[in-house]
Design a protein around this ligand. Sequence first.
Ligand code: IMP
Ligand code: MG
Length: 176
Amino acid sequence: MINEIRGRKLKLLKSSSEISKRVSELGKHITRDYRDKDPVLIGILKGGFIFLADLVRHIDFNTEIDFVRASSYREGMVPGDVELTADVTTPLEGRHVLLVEDMLDTGVTLGFLKEHILSKKPASCRICAFLDKKERREIEIEADYVGFDIGNGFVVGYGTDWGEMGRNLPGVYVLE
Ligand code: IMP
Ligand code: MG
């Protein structure tokens, strides 16, 4: 089992069994809320790929899935400007959209992406974030569904990365 990345030790924060329990709860919740709404689930690449993949298997209605790709963290841990590097192809006008992201941190990325989606005139646009670092928020934005509230430490695993490493870890780890 991987226990370090480039010499930085990893400390377990959420195990894969805790994560699967929570993701299944979120899936049930979203199923209840969106069953009759014919929503489009939009995963945010790259970080959201594992969360979306697990989440949709707990969603019990027929649904479309699409992706946007955005990059914000340029050099490891320093937040930069957000850039949209790939857009959805699904027409979103009049549709109920749920954005699925690995992490809500300063809020800059999701703030930018929500504005971008809203410009396509959907019926609604809500956010499902796997991890939420509430204390670090710099803009006013909240997730409608949250997997886990976490502290300020930098984490990797379950889709989240440190300089592109760590996404494949089945749990979430704090970099020591
Ligand atoms: P925000 O724009 O500051 O909210 O940052 C959101 C993005 O930064 C997320 O999509 C993550 O990819 C990345 N990010 C923020 N905190 C962490 C972290 O602790 N580990 C890995 N990526 C992070
Ligand atoms: Mg991300």
